[in-house]
Ligand binder design. Sequence first.
Ligand code: PLP
Length: 501
Amino acid sequence: MFYESTRGGLKSILSAEAIKMGIAPDGGLFVPEKRVELTLEQIGELVGMNYQERAIAILKHFIDDYTDEEIAECVNSAYTSAKFGGSEIAPIYKLNDHLDILELWHGPTCAFKDMALQILPHLLVKAVKKTGETSEIVILVATSGDTGKAALEGFKDVSGTKIIVFYPNNGVSEVQKMQMITQEGKNVYSIAVEGNFDDAQSGVKVIFGDQEINASMEQSGFKFSSANSINWGRLVPQIVYYFSAYADIVKRGEINLGDKVNFVVPTGNFGNILAAYYAMEMGLPVNRLICASNDNNVLADFINTGTYDRNREFKKTISPSMDILISSNLERLLFEITGHNADLINEWMDKLKRDGAYTVDAETKKKISKVFWAGYTNEVETLKTVNCIYEEYKYVIDTHTAVGVDVYDKYVISTGDMTNTIVVSTASPFKFNESVVKAIFGEKVAEGKSEFELLEVLAKGCGLNIPEGLEGLDKKEVLHKTVCSKEEMKEEVKKILGIDN
Ligand SMILES: *Cc1c(COP(=O)(O)O)cnc(C)c1O
C-alpha cells in the first residue's frame, strides 16, 4: 500500500515513511492511495479471533511494508492484559436490545487515546529502522489533556525515542495534571506552559519549523516527529476496534453476519469517526455514522449545512476533549469523498486559513449526508444523560460518552431508525469524575471536594473500583516541575537534548 498527501504534493510513500514523517511536507495529511476491501467472509473470520488477532488481520492491509512478524510484535507489545486490565481490550457493554456501548478506556490512561498511542511507538520505532534512519526520534506533543498522558505512557522507556509534552499550566484538570507530572520513565519530559492550549500548540509548531534547532538536532543525531492524530500511525489502529465491535456482537448473536449497524462517535478532531468511515469503506456493514458534538458544534453544523465555519466563540465544556474548532482529520474525509481531488482540498483549506470558513459543493454535501448524521448536546443535557443512564441501567458513563448517547436519542427521534447501534465510549467516568458525581449524586455531594476525593465518592457510590492508573495518583511523587513561557519552550527542548548554541 502506498500513501499520498491530501494536498497533492506527494505520492507513492510507504507506510513506514508516512508514520515517521507524521505530516506531509506540503502541509497535507497522508491517506492510502487505494481502498482496502474485505469480503463478508473475511469479516466473518474475525468473529473467532481475539483482539490482537483481529488487529493483525486489519493492519496488514494498510502497512504491508511491515512483515507479518513485525506487525505481530507491535500488536502484542501494545495490547496486553497487563496494560488493559484484562484480556478484553475493547469490551462491549450491552445497554438494551438496540444499544451497545464500546468501552475504549481500559488502557493505562483511562481514555480511548491509548488504543492508538500504545501501538504508535512500536510502529514508529520499526519505521525508523526500516527507513534506515539513524537519528534518535524526539516526539513533541502539545496537549489539552488526554493525548499528553497517553503519549507519555506509550513512549515511556521505548528505546531510540524521547518524548516531550507541553501542557497549558492552568488549562488541564487536576487528574490530567497529576497524570503528567508524576510520569515515570527515563525518556519522558512534561513541561507546563504559561498560557492556554493554543499557546502550547503554536509553540510546538514554531519549534518544528525552526531551522536553527533542526540543524543542531541533526548534528547531534536527533529528529522530531509527531504523535498527534494527523499521524496515519495513530489513525490506522483505530479502524480495528470498529471491526472488533462488530465481530463481538455477531458472536453474541445480537446480529447476523452482514446485518448493518450504526456507530455513534463523540467527536472532536474527527480522528475517531474517520476511522469508522475507513472501516465502512472496507466493507464493514454500516448503516449510518452518527457524529456527536458538544456546544462547540462546528462539525454538526458542517454535516448539516455543508459550511464549515470556525468563526464562533470557543466554549469550555464538561466534555473538554471535544472542545475544538479546527477538526484536522476532516481534510482526510473530504479527500476521500471527492475521489482524491487535491485541488478542491487546497481550495477549501486555503479558505479555512484565510477566512476561517468554506462551503463544499452540493454533490459533496449530499455524499456526506448519505453516510453521516450529526447532532449536538449542551451542558445540561450532558449531565442529564449521565444521570438517566445511571438511574435506568445502573451503568456509569463519562461526559463525552453522554454526548454520544444523547445525540443517539435525538437521531432516533428524528429518523425512527431502530438499527442496532454501538455508541463509542471514549473515557472512563473516573477521569471526569467531578461532572459525573454531580450528575448522579447532585451538586452538594461534589462541593468542596478535590477530584481525588471524588474518585472515592464515585467508587463507593456506584460500587466500582478506581482504575489502576488513577488510584493513589495524588500521593505519587511529582517528577516534572518545569514551568516555562511560550518563548522559553525552544530553550527547554535544547536543555533536555543537551544541544548548545
Ligand atoms: C480525544 C477525545 C475525543 C475526540 O476524539 P477525536 O478523534 O478527536 O474526534 C473524545 N473523547 C475523549 C475522551 C477524548 O480524549
